[in-house]
Design a protein around this ligand. Structure first.
Ligand code: FCB
Length: 452
């Protein structure tokens, strides 16, 4: 295999707070929208909740030992906002203390902490006053970011504002598949805008108090969108999907404009009155990196809107059908395995936005059914092929700085609950025993080989 990555290329793994920590009431933590949502009958498969997850809040030292054994040089994790501000405002020092201990210990082991401020767990109190539909939430987020940055700026250099604003806005406020479970049009578009604004305000606040080594970025999920035929209708459907999923975010962040076509797509749904003068400048302030999460490509056909009256339409109702998958192998999530989509995502961004900051692959991974001996050869093949696809993007001129595998541990996979397992390490949720899979040893050896 040809695997020459640039010098200093980072190899890591990623997790997120709500998905692994458990301990949802420890040390003054307040409820998040995911605690509330998981309590709604039928919202999460199996009635699963944020308890016990991988009980990482109590077992983080064991998990740090796993990171050491894995030999990664970087670890991407997220801070739980409702641990640090249980009601979205009041500072809870005990909650923050957890992340200080973690970041310090990572550093002592020579592992670089990549901290994400928001991986979907909004304090419920802020949802009660409008959530991301409300402009005030963007300001609350900037305040929270500035607080965490001030407290941990001495031990963390890599600061990611948001993880994947697309599902937050569309699955959360449009489709109702994710917390807070809303099905809206205007509200979901407002949520997307306020997430971006919150990002921009947070970067502004943190830059104002940063030291020179601090780096600021955002993480976006990037599924290249492919029309299922060469018909004009399918091409137009693919363009709508791309606008909703990607350009709604990347154009304001890196192109200095709102995505052309977005307002026309939602005419009658929203008047976009949430866009205020100056917002674009705040959102588009320069970043030090862009994190790309890649799992699959989206294959799109034209289809009728489900709701004929635009005023009643949700943001997810854009007249597309995404169920026509290509004839390729699928993962246990049912996602098509298409490693070339990762090359395409990275090269596509690079070509579309001159002046794009350096990129990292901040998530990539898969689910397959376990064998009794945890010999997950499919996962090894998947990772191997995707790392190769990342290498191809770097070879094509993309400034790619690192790759993070999702995930270190099995965890709470949002609306799917605990059924789907993304970990390099198997977690027995009853005993909390950790068992490294074969892919863990493969990644360990692979990373060691890269160092030569
Ligand atoms: C991404 C999320 C991450 C995880 C993976 C499978 O969209 O960022 O938390 O659930 O999907």
């Amino acid at each position: 295999m040809t695997t020459s990555f640039p010098p200093g290329f980072r190899w890591g793994v990623a997790t997120s707070a709500f998905q692994i920590e458990g301990a949802t009431t420890a040390d003054g933590r307040g409820p998040s929208i995911w605690d509330t949502f998981a309590g709604v009958p039928g919202a999460v498969a199996g009635g699963d909740t944020g308890e016990p997850a991988a009980d990482h809040y109590h077992r983080w030292r064991d998990d740090l030992a796993l990171l050491r054994e894995l030999g990664v040089d970087s670890y991407r994790f997220s801070v739980s906002w409702p641990r640090v501000q249980p009601d979205g405002r009041r500072f809870e020092r005990r909650g923050l203390g957890f992340y200080r201990r973690l970041a310090e210990a990572l550093r002592e082991q020579g592992i670089e902490p990549f901290l994400t401020l928001y991986h979907w767990d909004l304090p419920q109190a802020l949802e009660d006053s409008g959530g991301w539909r409300s402009r005030d939430t963007a300001h609350r987020f900037a305040e929270y970011a500035s607080l965490v940055h001030e407290e941990l700026g001495d031990v963390v250099d890599h600061w990611t504002t948001l993880n994947e604003p697309y599902p937050c806005a569309v699955a959360g406020y449009g489709e109702g598949r994710h917390a807070p479970g809303a099905r809206e049009g205007h509200g979901a578009l407002a949520a997307a805008h306020h997430l971006l604004l919150g990002h921009g305000l947070a970067v502004q606040a943190m830059r104002g108090q940063a030291t020179p080594q601090h780096q600021f970025g955002i993480v976006l999920n990037q599924s290249p969108v492919v029309p299922v035929s060469d018909s004009a209708a399918d091409a137009a459907a693919a363009a709508r999907q791309d606008t909703l999923l990607r350009r709604q975010f990347t154009d304001p962040l890196f192109g200095g404009r709102y995505a052309p076509g977005l307002a026309a797509m939602f005419s009658g749904v929203s008047d976009f009155s949430f866009r205020l003068d100056g917002d674009l400048e705040t959102i588009g302030a320069p970043l030090d990196y862009l994190g790309v999460n890649y799992y699959y490509r989206l294959h799109v056909a034209d289809a009728p809107h489900r709701e004929p009256d635009p005023a009643q339409r949700t943001v997810a109702d854009i007249g597309v059908d995404t169920s026509r998958l290509p004839d390729v192998p699928r993962t246990g999530m049912g996602w098509p395995v298409e490693p070339e989509g990762l090359t395409e995502a990275l090269v596509g961004l690079h070509n579309r936005y001159p002046g794009l900051p350096p990129m990292y692959v901040t998530e990539n991974g898969c689910v397959y059914a376990d064998r009794s001996d945890f010999a997950d050869y499919e996962r090894i093949t998947f990772l191997n092929e995707h790392i190769e696809a990342a290498r191809a993007a770097a070879a094509a001129g993309v400034d790619l700085r690192g790759y993070f595998c999702w995930s270190l541990l099995d965890n709470f996979e949002w609306a799917h609950g605990y059924k789907h397992r993304f970990g390099l390490v198997h977690v027995d949720y009853a005993t909390q025993a950790r068992t490294p899979r074969a892919s863990f040893r493969w990644y360990r050896d692979f990373v060691a080989a890269q160092r030569g």
